[in-house]
Every structure is written in structure tokens, then in C-alpha cells.
Design a protein around this ligand. Sequence first.
Ligand code: 13P
Ligand code: SF4
Length: 357
Amino acid sequence: MASIDIQHSSTLSTRKSRDKRAHTAPPLEPFSPALEREMAPLYERVKTVVTPMEWMQYAPLIKQINTLKKERNAVILAHNYMTPEIFHCVGDIRGDSLQLAKEAARADGDVIVQAGVHFMAETSKLMNPDKTVLIPDMKAGCSLAASITAEDVRALRKAYPGVPIVTYVNTSAAVKAECDICCTSSNAVQVVESLGVDRVLLIPDEFLAKYVQTKTDVEIIAWKGRCEVHERFTAEELNGYRKSDPGVRIIAHPECPPDVIDMADFTGSTSAMINWVKTERPDKVLLVTECSMSSNVSAEVPDVQFVRPCNLCPHMKRISLENIRDALLYLEHEVTIDPSVAAAARRSVERMVNLTN
Ligand code: 13P
Ligand code: SF4
């Protein structure tokens, strides 16, 4: 097996990665009939959603990444919103936010590369502090995480004394540290009800809070954050699809506006949506969520037809094969957590994980 010239080191320091960044990446193996044959089992996984011409670009990088992964003793955690060549061809562990958080805690090896956004990498670091956690692009943020600060949460505590604060996982570690417990889209109702109180603050997603309110008698007080991808879907748009094809099944993420969720046949986390499609096998389905997920599921269930109003998350789309390769090659960009917030933030996440294990 070909190896790539990397400097082996037990202390994977960022200083070393800065030094190494002065060099350019090693040349890629050209796409040849031999490489095509070697990579054929991986192409099999994505052949219905990646064209042969695209594969000629991706295959050399995928081979380089998978070689580097072994040399770095690294694992790639890939969120369901990654593009298919990342999700199916280099991701070792794939899933929604809850699954990735749980798997991060169990991850072997020295390095975790988060193919997702920054709050997910922070969560991995909280769950497995001894690992080097890398994110291929530090600017991969989230409109929900950006909508609230630790100071905002402290102000909420003062305004609602004694009311527990549940934070969606899509927040910074500093915000998690100020809250009582974390939740994800797959367990928000369960987490809220576990607290045994009449009123909770559920921050920062206003639409997730509204959705949870429809499922529980606990009074939910919301913040005003929104996902910039899911808030763009409208009931009018979905009505248009339903009118042109009354048989289409509509599956929504709980970050969507309430009138969109009202129209859905099923609502759940990204992995719950995927499981629904794999189990129900509808003829035609519209996943009201980030666009790449339809391609990822479609690669696995080619008999299902996907209707695709394509809303992309600009933050998730910052992650590419090139910057995943660079993350492994140069050990960049390391995600660290301020020690003054790490313990409290970890407690919020672990409390959720223990509850839903
Ligand atoms: P999931 O936890 O459902 O994967 O959601 C993460 C996310 O960012 C959705 O926009
Ligand atoms: Fe954040 Fe929305 Fe992007 Fe998910 S899809 S990372 S919630 S902006």
C-alpha cells in the first residue's frame, strides 16, 4: 500500500502543523485504469449519485485520505449532511448529532476529524478530551450556535429564576456550560420531560421549541434562533409539490417552521428521517432538510425517487475532500475548549447521553 510522507509524532502539536503547512500537499496519483479498479468497491456505494467524470476527480483524493487516516490513526466522523463522496467514501462513523456525540466518546485512535460543523467538533472534544480533534475548516459554523452567547444564557437565568435551561446541541461549549442539560433533535421531548418540572427554557431554536411544545404538556419558553437552512422552506412551496404529485411523502426536520411540519407525514432528526425512508420505502419522498442528505440516502435506496428542493447549508458545505486531506496531512485545525467552561459543558452533554443510553 502506498504511504504518504507525514511526520509521525506522539505529540500532535499545532506548531508542527503550522511548520508543515509551508509545504504543498504531495501530488495526487493520476486516475488510471489501475486506480479505477482499486477504487471500484467505493464507487459502487455512490455510483447512482456521483458521475464517472466526478469520480475521476474524487477517487485520487479519497485514496489519499484513506491512506492518511491509517497513518495518523485517525477516524472521520461524518454528519448526514456531508456530500456523498465524503459521507460514503471516507466517513468511518456516520450519523446525526446524537449518534456522532456518542461515537466520539467511544472513538479509538489518536485523531478525530469532524466532517461536520464546529459545534459538533467541540462536542467530540468534550466527549473525548484526550483525542486531537480536527475540523477541516474553522469557519464551518451554524446560524443557531451564532444566535446565542453565554452572556445571553446568564441573562435568561436571571429573568427566569429556578427554570431549568435545556440547550440544543447546536450551541458553543460556552453556552452549554451555562445550561442544565443538552438535547438534540432526536431526544428533545424526552430531555424536557425528564426534568420533572412544569416549565423549561429550550434554547436557541425557536422552531424546535415550538415543535417540542406540540408533543408535551411542559410549558416551553423559547429563544429566537433559527436554522438558516430549514427556515427557508415554506408550506406554500410544499403545497406546490403535493399538488403536482399527491403521492409524494413529505418528511421534515424539527428545525422547520411549524406550518411546514404540519404538512409532513413524519418529523424527526436526520437519522430518524433516513430510517423512515429505509423502512417505509415510499415511491416518492421529499426530505425537508439539507440537500445532500437526499443524495446520501438515494445512494442506498435507488428504488426511491427523491423530490429535491435543494437548500444547502453553507457551513456544512465548507467541508471538502481537499480540506479533509489537509486536516490529516497538516493536523489542522485543532479544536480546543477553554478549560474554564469544559467541565460544565461536558456535564450538560453527558447528562443527555446518560439519559438516552
Ligand atoms: P441532527 O441532529 O438531526 O442531525 O441535526 C443537526 C443539524 O444541524 C440539523 O440542521
Ligand atoms: Fe446549523 Fe442549520 Fe447548518 Fe444545521 S443546517 S449546521 S442547524 S445552519
